[in-house]
Design a protein around this ligand. Structure first.
Ligand SMILES: *[C@@H]1O[C@H](CO)[C@@H](O)[C@H](O)[C@H]1NC(C)=O
Ligand SMILES: *[C@@H]1O[C@H](CO)[C@@H](O)[C@H](O)[C@H]1NC(C)=O
Ligand SMILES: *[C@@H]1O[C@H](CO)[C@@H](O)[C@H](O)[C@H]1NC(C)=O
Length: 358
């Protein structure tokens, strides 16, 4: 496959700490033509960081820089990694200009924005045979630990109970702690971080969350509200579970556990040999315990899947390709919908709320 020519829109922490190093690992598949930011200063910083791997990468900024990217037909795909409040508008603008888009999660900030986004996207190709790809980057769906745990969950018999316990570590040592847009986002860090944990849950159980009931609170005043959520939920397969999330705690712990009639599967964040990842454990009916450590690789895997779809679409111009479902916009929308229902229930003192279906 020839390298796909792409641009990055955004030059924030995630672009510098994740996209650039991960794209560097697959530089045979991708050619980074430019990085855009609203300000010249941040675009330049990211360009400097990208230069050792992509020596000809250009710096673009402001409205003119954006127009140049929109008009540049050699750029086939764009990664959008901006503030959560403005990503959808930017993605739609680039889709209209004929680019394939991989947008950072969360898919959108609210149910109404998700609905508008999907109807705008669908109307873009009303009179066209092909559709540009609008992908949402959710690395959890590509983490080998979740791919494996889903297989294991299908082997433990009828599902009896699910527990998701997230004690995060979003304190002042974390680079995202002072991110201004996350502090001005409805749902605060719960929504921005929480979509990952919901994606992990949905991957593992292989079915949708139907309804939720939740309590939310704001205890740590260094964080935006809410900073805790305690929810019970029911899956479409009838099984119930709990989802507990604290944005910041002194003793971080991140764990998903699915109990079946003939075994239990658990995924827990951990480290091995200095690498971060997940330990997947199967507790069998015979009382045996087997654990496997899977280092993180979801961001790289999702980038490869997107680039492969872009390549297919370029080669088969005029025909509709089946893009990887795990990074479709609608999958990202489903993660947001679950948290949106929990946050709404929290506002209503725990009233049962149906999760909006997408
Ligand atoms: C982009 O294309 C539009 C329409 O063809 C044109 O009006 C505009 O000047 C172009 N902008 C740049 C920066 O090239
Ligand atoms: C933030 O959390 C991490 C992980 O628990 C911990 O190592 C670090 O000391 C904490 N920093 C502050 C300022 O509390
Ligand atoms: C916060 O978000 C609102 C709407 O999303 C926006 O109008 C406002 O300018 C933002 N404030 C800051 C400080 O970013």
């Amino acid at each position: 496959m020839a390298p796909q020519i792409i641009a990055i829109i955004g030059a924030g922490i995630f672009v510098k700490s994740q996209y650039l190093p991960r794209l560097a690992e697959i530089s045979d598949l991708v050619s980074l033509k430019c990085i855009w930011s609203r300000s010249q200063k941040s675009a330049l910083e990211a360009v400097e960081a990208a230069k050792n791997v992509f020596p000809s990468v250009e710096c673009k900024y402001g409205d003119d820089g954006l127009d140049e990217i929109v008009n540049d037909t050699s750029i086939v795909a764009v990664i959008v990694a901006l503030a959560g409040q403005i990503q959808v508008d930017m993605s739609l603008k680039l889709l209209k200009a004929g680019k394939h888009v991989l947008q950072e999660k969360p898919a959108a900030a609210s149910i109404s924005e998700l609905e508008t986004a999907l109807s705008s996207y669908n109307s873009l190709h009303n009179n066209q045979p092909t559709q540009n790809i609008w992908a949402v980057a959710e690395n959890y769906r590509f983490e080998p630990a979740f791919v494996e745990s889903r297989k294991l969950v299908s082997e433990i018999g009828d599902m009896m109970s699910v527990q998701v316990i997230i004690e995060g570590s979003m304190n002042s040592s974390n680079p995202y702690f002072s991110s201004s847009w996350r502090r001005n986002f409805t749902g605060g860090f719960i929504l921005d971080m929480g979509v990952h944990y919901i994606a992990g849950l949905r991957m593992m159980v292989g079915c949708e969350v139907a309804s939720v009931s939740a309590m939310t609170s704001h205890v740590d005043m260094t964080l935006p509200p809410p900073d805790t959520i305690s929810s019970i939920f029911q899956l479409e397969n009838g099984c119930s579970g709990v989802f507990v999330m604290l944005v910041s705690s002194r003793s971080p712990k991140i764990i998903w556990r699915v109990v079946g009639l003939s075994g239990t599967v658990q995924v827990e964040r951990g480290n091995k040999d200095g690498r971060h990842g997940y330990v997947v454990t199967l507790f069998s009916a015979k009382g045996e315990t087997t654990s496997t450590f899977y280092p993180f690789s979801g961001v790289t895997e999702e980038l490869k899947a997107f680039l492969s779809d872009v390549s297919k679409s370029t080669l088969q111009k005029g025909s509709k390709i089946e893009a990887e479902a795990r990074c479709s916009f609608v999958e990202g929308a489903r993660d947001v919908a679950v948290l949106d229902a929990m946050l709404e229930s929290g506002i209503k003192q725990g009233a049962s709320v149906m999760v909006k279906k997408f």
